[in-house]
Write a protein that binds this ligand. Structure first.
Ligand code: KIV
Ligand code: ZN
Length: 497
């Protein structure tokens, strides 16, 4: 496939990205983002819309003063006051735009086709007279009558524009239409063509790539695809696809920095990266099913189109109901937790049971479950056969516990200040006479937070002879975890005796 060998990456995170609802960068934030964009290697950084505020002018000037490698561009309408504001900010790259579609002409601008053409030409000539690089955008180009659009772009070329941009302002393009449009424009003008895609139908990256395939030389992108409404074409997806799917060899972007940049922008904007977002999403290199994990452990390429290292991300072996023994072994090895076969089976079964209930087992959950298994007493004299708890605001918390104590089945109900207290009291009564134990310490932690977090209970019990033992349990239910932990410690004390 023939694609141009000088594709420019025009990043508009600081302008269109900032137009995403709720996003407003401070001057310092803009400076830092511009530095990172420059480090990663984008060709042009659109830093803002200088005419809109003093802050925009200040940040534009400050970024320009950094002397970065990238071109520093500012947005202007086709108005002298906007262009003067850009000049006043010391920028020498102007991205000027005016709406050209009938909708924009009739409802927004209330101007005729001729007036729009005239204004565009005026702005381009004014910019060129001031020695500025000019990129001209026909806003809503993709809903503009094709003949008129071509007429506007031809006029822009004659007026001296250095590059024309084709904004798909409301994201209505689809790949075959993109191809037709860019091919048509290319047949009519000689200056480079740029594409600016919005993601309303999830096609921004696909359309941008198709534009490049059809001869465009530049694509506008934003980090994480943030921007107006559903956003813009995503920088990471676009450049990685360009490199991997299209085999583009001249990419100047240091793809290893993509993940960090994405996280940085996500933190600054508060816009979370969807877990399943390509390239930088939390699941982009995560594997859960046993078959996939087995393949990945043998050769990651079996289920990964690129390596996580290529984009500065990391591989994740997730555990859940699809987990296979291989994944679990590899995780335990990663955490250097050594357990025997019996303990392994116990951990494996618990993970499957939790997975069946829809729980995703995090690394922290796994460590707690495995450490719990490690601490299980070898021969358990006391086993839990069943437990029922009742609690509420109008009844006393009551627990009925059934235990097997050295083979004898015993059952007792107790009330307490809460279900855990009631259950522990019932256990204490049941084991009295067999072993005299006291609870010395009780700690409970929700491992990962959230209402479905696993509860990790840690206890220390002692007997009258001064023997002490810890007990631990990790379960989705607080009462069960508490009961399991206390029985674990009691069984260990019995084992000492
Ligand atoms: O989407 C759009 O049309 C724009 C223009 C300002 C180029 O962002
Ligand atoms: Zn836009």
């Amino acid at each position: 496939m023939q694609i141009p060998d000088n594709i420019n990456i025009f990043d508009t995170t600081l302008r269109d990205g900032e137009q995403a609802p709720g996003v407003a960068f401070t001057v310092d934030e803009k400076i830092q983002i511009a530095q990172k964009l420059d480090q990663i290697g984008v060709d042009t950084i659109e830093v803002g819309f200088p005419t809109v505020s003093d802050g925009e002018k200040e940040s534009s000037r400050a970024i320009n003063d950094l002397g970065l490698n990238a071109n520093i561009s500012g947005l202007t309408r086709v108005l002298r006051q906007d262009i003067d504001a850009l000049i006043d900010s010391d920028l020498n790259y102007m991205h000027t735009f005016i709406g050209t579609s009938k909708l924009h002409r009739d409802y927004k601008l209330k101007m005729s086709k001729e007036e729009i053409l005239e204004k565009a030409i005026y702005a381009i000539e004014y910019g060129k007279d001031h020695g500025i690089n000019v990129e001209f955008s026909a806003e809503d180009a993709t809903r503009t009558e094709e003949n008129y659009l071509i007429e506007v772009y031809k006029a822009a070329e004659v007026a001296g524009a250095d590059i024309i941009n084709v904004p798909d302002t409301v994201g209505v393009l689809f790949p075959s239409a993109t191809k037709e449009l860019i091919t048509k424009i290319k047949e009519n003008i000689k200056i480079p063509i740029s594409i600016h895609c919005h993601n309303d139908f999830g096609l921004a990256v696909a359309n941008s790539l198709m534009a490049i395939e059809s001869g465009a030389n530049q694509a506008h992108v934003t980090v994480n695809g943030i921007g107006e409404r559903a956003g813009n074409a995503s920088l990471d997806e676009f450049v990685v696809a360009l490199k991997v799917a299209y085999g583009y060899e001249h990419l100047k972007i240091d793809t290893k920095q993509l993940f960090n940049l994405s996280e940085f922008i996500s933190k600054l904007t508060g816009i979370k990266i969807p877990i399943n977002k390509p390239i930088v999403g939390g699941n982009a290199f995560a594997h859960e099913s046993g078959i996939h994990v087995h393949g990945v452990l043998e050769n990651a390429a079996t289920y990964e189109p690129i390596s996580p290292e290529m984009v500065g991300h990391t591989r994740k072996i997730a555990l859940g109901k699809h987990t296979g023994a291989n994944s679990l072994k590899s995780k335990l090895k990663e955490y250097n937790i050594k357990i025997n076969q019996e303990q392994f089976t116990q951990v494996y079964n618990q993970i499957k049971t939790l997975g069946d209930k829809g729980k995703i087992i995090t690394d922290a959950d796994l460590k707690a479950i495995a450490i719990t298994a490690l601490g299980k007493a070898k021969n358990e004299s006391i086993k839990l056969l069943g437990i029922t708890v009742i609690s509420g605001d109008t009844v006393s918390a009551t627990a009925t516990v059934k235990l097997s104590i050295d083979g004898r089945v015993e059952e007792k109900s107790e009330i307490g200040v809460g279900p855990v207290d009631a259950a522990l009291k019932a256990i204490s009564k049941l084991v009295k006479g067999y072993i005299d134990v006291e609870l010395e310490e009780y700690n409970i932690d929700a491992i990962t937070g959230g209402t479905d977090a696993l509860a990790e209970v840690f206890v220390i019990s002692s007997n009258s002879e001064g023997n002490k033992a810890t007990g631990r349990s990790t379960q989705e239910d607080i009462v069960l975890a508490s009961v399991d932990a206390i029985l674990n410690s009691i069984n260990k004390i019995i084992a000492i005796k």
